[in-house]
Design a binder for this molecule. Sequence first.
Ligand code: FAD
Length: 341
Amino acid sequence: MINTDVVIVGAGPCGIFQVFELGLLGLKAQVIDSIREPGGQCVELYPDKPIYDIPAIPVCTGEELTQALMRQIEPFDCGMHLGEEVAVLQRQADDTFLVETSAGRQFNAKAVVIAAGVGSFQPRALRAAGIDALSENKLHYRVRNPEQFAGKKLAILGGGDSALDWVVELAGVAQHITLVHRRDEYRAAQATVDKMRALEVAGKVATIENARVTEIVGEDDTISSIVVKPKESDSVNVDVEEVLVFFGLAPKLGPIADWGLDINRKTINVDTEKFETSEPGIYAVGDINHYPGKKKLILCGFHEAALAAFAIKQRLEPGKKVHLQYTTTSPIMHQRLGVED
Ligand code: FAD
């Protein structure tokens, strides 16, 4: 059990900045995210795209913004638990909260901030006959160890960056790759598409375009083939041993819907003074919250995180006035930031 002042659900830009705002007020935080790196949508959906509306930063990419935010929270020594979904959130008899992740890690927190954006990102699943006969996790939605595909016949499904990056990467490892895509145009970077076409000419990769996989033939831990149905012709059977699916990631509200909060169409209602939910001690900032006039912008989430931090400080130290202090002049904030006076 990890004891902390605050658990933050979600390591998107607003969750990360929440650590900073709490840290300035002397509060410790633990952050949990279901994806394996911090940054939320900025890193998962548009890492290389420029953002132009972060105050005082004329332009930065999603990746650069995340790196800068991570540097900004370095003084505060928060715990980051990545690749774990928050599954359970329960109020305890002493008004603290039990938080438990999908990996069974438990936290006890005096307050919780939900910064879960549009939900936790999950790979879009393949729907095809025969999947139920396979062992769980037999279809690969991510690659952890490319060597496990050495010398094998692979099917890679999808037409975006992930699918084509892995076609190019695994072509040097696998015996053969069949790429199945439902269109004949690819959404991946042109340079990667060109590399894939070169591998096709070299006979390392075969493409089946304007087609979808309708059946996986196999049982338990063994796949023997896939059935592919092109739009304009009859189904074909392709011998493969492993199937990798890259249909992109879809956000799911997931377990948050079961935490007894006042939900408004996949968002959580909050007030605009404390950004507290219908459950005292549970706050929500960033894209996940809703209030009149809400705008899903990073800068709005930063403001919400600042006010939520003040409200949490007040909740944890009732009866004491929480003074506004400036980072330029406050000795206690300098101490917390680890900078010299
Ligand atoms: P997110 O970034 O969505 O992060 C939430 C995190 O919480 C995710 O990583 C998710 O995995 C995690 N999570 C959710 N549920 C759980 C759970 N149960 N357990 C564990 N983890 C969980 N905004 C701007 O201000 N300017 C722009 O120029 C701009 N451009 C954009 C371009 C695109 C293409 C897109 C898609 C968005 C853009 N946005 C922009 C919007 C901006 O990205 C969001 O407002 C911002 O990411 C919200 O941050 P967040 O921290 O609230 O949530």
